[in-house]
Design a binder for this molecule. Structure first.
Ligand code: NDP
Ligand code: PMR
Length: 395
């Protein structure tokens, strides 16, 4: 299959230079054998958490998922309510599979934060989710007004917030020209990073108020943003540069639409946005973990080659990508399996460590993975944080 696919794309199996190349139809691009083995093994708050009880009351529904973590619960007592988790982009793919896994556990109420209400309702129904286990709330991450509205609506619902999962994303690999969010940021970084950055900054206070035994903020990352992997070396590679485009507002007018200030490339914009996601998780950890006890984590769930993420890719790619990942790289994972992985990061008592980028090995066992140099650069994480704050009017 690799040969067959390679024959269709001329730039097969050569190590590319840093920067742009292989746009839209690029499928292959790096020396395979050297990296394959390595990749397959990885295929201002002030209140203390002890006094953070939302609404004073503990709702009685069922036993919590994390009984061994008893920081906020008095010793010997179990938290007798369901966990309450917000998942962005839960209308398809990984988000839906995670929502389903958590809802089925009977231990979670899932708030599906989605831009298309009807699609989400149909998706929940066809996934067989019981009505009492989920609520759909409108959220369009490509509009900062919508993000703020979502936060208001969520607060009005008076549900606690125990876990927030920033999962939604767009990937626009074939776009020739940039498109923009309501506020004029390039769409991939605007949605995947900036929308989630605002959402998590606003909801941090709510998370901090939760009395749940283990509060978590999870931001979905990816292998393709990590240049210490084979997948991360497929061009165009992620690279935030000195953030000049981000600082300029990513508007494509008086600044570049790309974070590093270069020419627009949709695939690179997505990978850059994933680097921002992973850096943001670490900066949250550095700033707030000790003070709040919140677990901040990211993950690479595996290559879920069948999801809607690839809807904008060329038909040839969509046809070849799943068998390529299944049979050649063996990095493929089903939506169900990936959903179980993310559900583990939401609720497993053994995954409470903060500041971690989780991955799974061939036997589907989780392990703490290494991020690339750029995706673990503390200085860059702080800069991305500060520049994003300015763009969003948070600083
Ligand atoms: P999907 O396209 O299936 O899911 C993406 C979700 O994001 C959809 O529910 C989509 O909504 C939603 N979304 C897109 N734009 C917005 C917006 N503006 N506001 C609110 N929601 C929005 O892709 P995946 O399930 O594959 O992706 C989920 C996450 O997994 C992403 O963060 C992705 O980067 C990550 N990931 C995926 C991998 C893979 O192999 N598929 C590998 C590694 C990481 P709608 O249904 O309305 O389009
Ligand atoms: Mg990749 C072990 C090897 C491996 C893994 C785990 C992935 C995951 N990919 C691997 C290898 C390769 N890919 C190789 C050798 C090639 C060149 C033939 C290759 C190509 C490729 C393309 C063109 N891969 C891709 C694309 C995409 O458009 C996808 C992408 O970058 O989306 C941003 C993608 C992916 N490969 C993955 C994963 C997980 C993706 C997509 C999802 C993501 O990062 O979110």
């Amino acid at each position: 299959m690799a040969l067959q696919a390679a024959a269709l794309v001329p730039s097969a199996f050569s190590i590319p230079k840093e920067g742009k190349s292989g746009k839209d139809s690029s499928f292959f691009g790096v020396s395979f054998a050297d990296h394959l083995k390595a990749d397959l093994s990885c295929s201002s708050l002030s209140s203390k958490r002890e006094r953070s009880f939302r609404n004073g009351a503990v709702r009685a529904e069922t036993i919590a998922a994390t009984p061994s973590v008893t920081r906020a619960a008095p010793a010997g007592k179990k938290t007798l309510r369901k966990g309450s988790v917000v998942i962005t982009g839960a209308s398809s793919g990984l988000g839906l599979a995670t929502a389903k896994a958590l809802a089925e556990s009977g231990k979670w109420h899932v708030i599906m934060a989605c831009r298309d209400f009807l699609k989400a309702e149909r998706a929940a129904k066809s996934a067989g989710m019981a009505k009492e286990n989920y609520t759909i709330m409108h959220l369009d991450l490509a509009s900062l007004d919508s993000v703020r509205q979502f936060v208001d609506n969520f607060r009005r619902s008076e549900r606690p917030l125990d876990v927030l999962v920033c999962n939604a994303a767009v990937y626009l690999p074939t776009a020739k020209e940039p498109t923009f969010t309501a506020e004029g940021f390039e769409l991939s970084v605007g949605t995947n990073h900036l929308g989630h950055f605002l959402l998590s900054r606003l909801l941090l206070d709510d998370l901090n108020k939760s009395d749940y035994p283990s509060k978590r903020l999870i931001i979905v990352g990816s292998i393709t943003g990590n240049t210490n992997t084979l997948a991360g070396n497929v061009p165009p590679k992620a690279n935030l540069g000195d953030l000049r485009g981000l600082a300029g507002g990513l508007n494509g007018l008086n600044s570049s639409s790309m974070i590093d200030g270069g020419d627009f490339d949709g695939a690179k914009a997505y990978k850059d946005s994933k680097v921002c996601n992973m850096l943001t998780m670490q900066e949250f950890h550095r700033r707030y973990h000790e003070e709040t006890g919140i677990t901040f984590a990211s993950l690479y769930p595996g290559c879920i080659a069948t999801t809607g993420l690839f809807r904008e890719h060329i038909p040839l790619f969509r046809m070849l990508f799943p068998p390529f990942q299944k049979f050649i790289t063996k990095g493929y994972v089903s939506e169900d399996e990936a959903g179980k992985r993310l559900a583990q990061v939401v609720s497993d008592p053994s995954l409470t460590k903060s500041g971690v980028y989780w991955s799974w090995n061939k036997d589907s066992a989780s392990f703490e993975n290494q991020l690339s140099q750029e995706a673990s650069d503390a200085g860059k994480a702080m800069k991305v944080w500060e520049v994003s704050e300015k763009l969003l009017g948070l600083a």
